[in-house]
Design a binder for this molecule. Structure first.
Ligand code: DGL
Length: 269
């Protein structure tokens, strides 16, 4: 039996990682879970994010995944180690891959990080960046208004541009040449963010580097899907399934079947 790679996020953001996994590993079976009923995770306490992540992993484990990808920075910051201690399969997060990609790119040694309140408050990127290059200068900014725009499919509009400009326009005063999109939702806003930051700033999404890490781990464990398998991609979401499907199809450029979720997320308290 071909075991899937399980990918999870608070909503549609992890699709930016899933798309890159599909591109780099086209034979792999993928199960995706977007917790759209409880998005955004960014303003929640880390205890709550750990609880939600555990619940989703407990749900996904029935599909016998060979790997779990926490394609959410907020959940990676809060729950990566917790989930690693609870399951037998490799668990990959998105923060170390993003930090590695940024350090490779920067020439000025000044790196910006934008993310949710939870990710920025955790200091996880700063820590990961400093482990790689101790004297890197890190400028961090939380952008709580971005995720709701993306979850509504509002990637390019005058309102989106204004929100992005107000949230990060001031970062242009720093000598940063590299900006980490430290939330998997933000690549949906890539063009707008690039317009606001200007051509001289490299935008880093952790998707490519995370997909490389997934491939390396599977290769080392001799677990890559071999030839002869039809790739099956299965999607679940806990909230508005029509909105999820429409965003997923726009982003992935193909039609998707959305599976009904058998487990309903517990009511938000
Ligand atoms: N996509 C997520 C992240 O990378 C979560 C965004 C949210 O739910 O606030 O942090």
């Amino acid at each position: 039996m071909l075991q899937p790679i399980a990918i999870l996020d608070s909503g549609v953001g992890g699709l930016t990682v899933a798309k890159e996994v599909m591109r780099q590993l086209p034979r792999e079976k993928i199960i995706y879970y977007g917790d759209t009923a409880r998005t955004p995770y960014g303003p929640r306490s880390s205890e709550e994010v750990v609880r939600f992540t555990r619940e989703i992993v407990d749900y996904l484990i029935q599909f016998r995944p060979k790997m779990i990808v926490i394609a959410c920075n907020t959940a990676t910051a809060a729950a990566l180690e917790d989930i690693r201690s609870r399951v037998q399969v490799p668990v990959v997060g998105v923060i170390n891959p993003g930090a590695r990609a940024a350090i490779r790119r920067t020439e000025t040694g000044c790196v910006g990080v934008i993310g949710t309140e939870g990710t920025i408050k955790s200091g996880a990127y700063e820590q990961a960046l400093r482990l790689l290059t101790p004297d890197v200068r890190v400028i961090s900014e939380a952008c709580p208004e971005f995720v709701p725009l993306v979850e509504k499919g509002n990637f390019r509009s005058a309102k989106t541009f204004e929100t992005v400009r107000k949230s990060i326009g001031h970062l242009r005063q720093y000598p940063m040449d590299t900006l980490i999109l430290g939330c998997t939702h933000y690549p949906f806003l890539m063009e707008t963010i690039s317009e606001v930051m200007g051509q001289g700033v490299n935008l880093i999404s952790s998707a490519d580097e995370t997909a490389c890490e997934i491939r390396t781990i599977l290769q080392d464990g001799k677990q890559l899907a071999g030839a002869g398998y039809e790739p099956v991609h299965q999607f679940f979401c806990s909230g508005d399934s029509l909105m999820f499907k429409s965003i997923a199809e726009r982003w992935l450029g193909k039609q998707i079947g959305l599976s009904p979720v058998v487990w309903q997320v517990p009511a938000i308290v």
